[in-house]
Design a protein around this ligand. Structure first.
Ligand SMILES: [Zn+2]
Length: 352
């Protein structure tokens, strides 16, 4: 292996290892991290399979990967919060420090955001990656580097639950049991929701959610109507309806079901990115029941640390989510395997 082997998406379905220059710490606030674990995300796969994800299109070769953790190997002169040898989760999106969004605590909305493996920014599937020190979150001894890599999708769940203001006593419905849906449900429980229902059409994902305590209830919506879902909820929850709904699918029928099933004064949060517009949204329910409807995009200040704290404090066990592991040298096979849809979370080790 070369000095800085990197997994590069050259064009659609064409990934290859390239030797990229070893990054040099020049900015005094930056640190160099040796990447040790990287999860594959649906967005990485979209770039691989279609060359685009949402409105982002790959035009030039780009290093893949954004769900990573590693070990600090070099620090800039002004760095005080981390030191060489620290194990860190890598927050992959660095905003402009001058944007209005940054200054108001919403840096996830900064249009200047440089986000790993979102074109044209290179990702983390390399030997080394550079970040400002305040985008490295230290991992306590009881949190592994693989768990540190899962912090990225977990933090999507932290942010959506923050948007929903989930707290003790809430009853939450989460649409979708992919990695983000499962982690969102797990965060709802970690934040104190007393009932958490996950809805999907893949039974083994629902079984997984119950088995590992990510949800208290699961509903297989295959061939079922909205009335069936509401009847199930009322039976399971003693006549009560969800106080919080979070959609992690972007699928119109799921959005309809989540909003329609909410209790009066319920809070609804949209995470899933489906079509740009939606016919058939139950807007009368929003006004008649005084619902709050919010969006959730990636994550912002404090969310990454909260994810690490949830894992470190045993509020959520993310290890079972890692169903498959590949060596860095097998990363191309890992992407191909992802496409078969058999894994929940695939983890790629750092280069030897
Ligand atoms: Zn991701």
């Amino acid at each position: 292996m070369s000095d800085n082997p990197s997994l590069v998406l050259r064009k659609i379905k064409d990934v290859a290892f390239e030797d990229r220059p070893v990054p040099v710490v020049e900015d005094p606030h930056y640190v160099k991290i040796a990447i040790k674990a990287t999860g594959i995300c649906g967005s990485d796969y979209d770039y691989y399979e279609h060359g685009s994800c949402g409105s982002f299109v790959v035009h030039d070769p780009m290093v893949l990967g954004h769900e990573s953790a590693g070990i600090v190997v070099e620090v800039g002169k002004a760095v005080t919060s981390v030191k060489v040898g620290d194990r860190v989760a890598c927050e992959p999106g660095v905003p402009s420090r001058f944007s209005h969004e940054y200054k108001t605590g919403h840096y996830n909305l900064d249009p200047e955001m440089a986000f790993a493996a979102t074109p044209p920014i290179d990702g983390t599937l390399a030997r080394y990656y550079m970040l400002p020190e305040d985008f490295c979150v230290k991992l306590p001894d009881n949190v592994s580097l693989e768990e540190g890599a899962v912090v990225e999708p977990l933090t999507v769940g932290v942010h959506s639950n923050r948007q929903a203001d989930t707290r003790f006593g809430d009853r939450v419905i989460v649409m979708g049991a992919g990695p983000v849906g499962l982690l969102t449900a797990g965060v709802s429980r970690g934040f104190g929701a007393t009932e958490v229902l996950v809805v999907d059409i893949v039974q083994k994902r629902l079984d997984f959610a119950l088995e590992h305590g990510y949800a208290t209830h699961a509903f297989n919506s295959k061939g079922k109507t909205t009335d069936d879902l509401i009847a199930y909820i009322k039976k399971a929850w003693d006549g009560k309806l969800p106080s919080v709904g979070i959609d992690c699918t972007g699928v119109p029928s799921c959005i309809y079901d989540a909003v329609t099933s909410l209790d009066k004064n319920g809070r609804y949060v949209q995470v899933g990115n489906g079509g740009a517009t939606l016919d058939g949204f139950p807007i009368a329910k929003v006004s008649e029941c005084e619902l709050t409807v919010k969006g959730s995009f990636r994550y912002t200040v404090g969310d990454y640390q909260t994810s690490v704290d949830l894992i470190a404090n045993g509020k959520l066990d993310v290890k079972p989510l890692i169903t498959h592991r590949f060596a860095f040298e097998q990363a191309i096979d890992a992407y191909k395997f992802f496409g078969e849809g058999k894994a929940i979370k695939i983890m790629i080790a750092g280069p030897k």
